[in-house]
Ligand binder design. Structure first.
Ligand code: SAM
Length: 279
């Protein structure tokens, strides 16, 4: 008997009617549904009267259960993979199982559907022609700021997943490292309390406040200004002002931030890095 197929089944990110007919048919027909969050998937299956057996496949058990799933596939069974929400393989253990299957020559098919990153991007109002999906930023402040510093000159629209309680800290770091760009904070997409806050990072941060947010969020941030937006002259002038502040006793970080705040189109990071290079 030939090996079965692993079907990557995209499921709703909130509204249970956001599911394709093909995904429902497949979840009905496969031998087993591998679900990241069996409780959440059970609600979907019950809603559509699907009685396929489920097994739990999540980050903590991905090695052992991944091997078991591969054995089932090699024995000719078919498996539908479902993440807690959206498209399996995007910021969840799905990509690990896909790699495992491809390694063993098992067929993998993608059944497209909802995805929180793309849903947030298209509703953000920011440029969609080029974008970079950054997944979850590091949890620790130092690592997070380093990750943001690496994006300072990236002109693509940036998309981040974030936990609601870390969102205020993340916005504050974006403000400091990337500058006061336009952004959109998409919360609870497709759900009853769906909300998209659009504006500069400082304005969105002010609306969010310090307190924890509720629900699930995606943060979309405008890319760096296209090369040439800031003339050589303006940049040179800004660098001289940083130099003067440093000579007057300010720290380089502090001086770069204060000059960036009053120079549209120049980020704190650009001033900091260029000043360092000149030293
Ligand atoms: N595989 C999923 C996808 O295709 O979007 C993403 C899984 S990831 C573990 C979960 C993250 O997606 C959440 O922390 C949040 O950032 C985002 N997310 C999921 N559902 C969302 C929703 N309804 N509204 C806003 N963000 C959502």
């Amino acid at each position: 008997m030939g090996a079965g197929t692993l079907f990557l089944c995209a499921t709703p990110i909130g509204n249970l009617t956001d599911v394709t007919i093909r995904v429902l048919d497949t979840l009905r027909e496969v031998d087993v549904v591998a679900a990241e969050d069996t409780r959440r998937t059970r609600r979907l299956l019950q809603r559509y009267d699907i009685r396929t057996p489920m097994l739990s496949y999540r980050e903590e058990n991905r090695e052992a259960v991944g091997r078991r799933i591969v054995e089932q596939l090699e024995a000719g069974e078919s498996v539908g993979l479902v993440s807690d929400a959206g498209t399996p393989g995007v910021s969840d253990p799905g990509s690990h199982l896909v790699a495992l299957c491809l390694d063993r020559g098992i067929r993998v098919e993608s059944l497209p559907g909802p995805n929180a990153a793309i849903s947030a991007l298209v509703v953000s109002g920011l440029p969609t022609r080029r974008f970079s999906f950054e997944g979850f930023p590091p949890r620790k402040k130092g690592a997070r700021r380093k990750a943001l510093e690496a994006l300072i000159d990236d002109e693509r629209t940036l998309i981040f997943y974030e936990s609601p309680n870390r969102t205020p800290e993340m916005l504050a770091d974006v403000l400091e490292v990337l500058g006061d760009r336009r952004c959109a904070l998409a919360r609870e997409l497709t759900k009853r309390y769906e909300e998209v806050l659009r504006g500069t990072v400082s304005a969105v941060l002010a609306r969010v406040g310090e307190g924890a947010l509720k629900g699930e969020v995606v943060l979309v941030v405008e890319g760096a200004p296209a090369g040439g937006t800031v003339g050589e002259g303006a940049l040179e002038e800004a660098l001289l002002r940083v130099e003067a502040l440093v000579e007057g006793g300010a720290g380089l970080k502090e001086a770069s931030a204060s000059v960036a705040a009053e120079t549209p189109g120049v980020s704190r990071g650009t001033l900091y890095n260029l000043s360092l290079e000149r030293r």
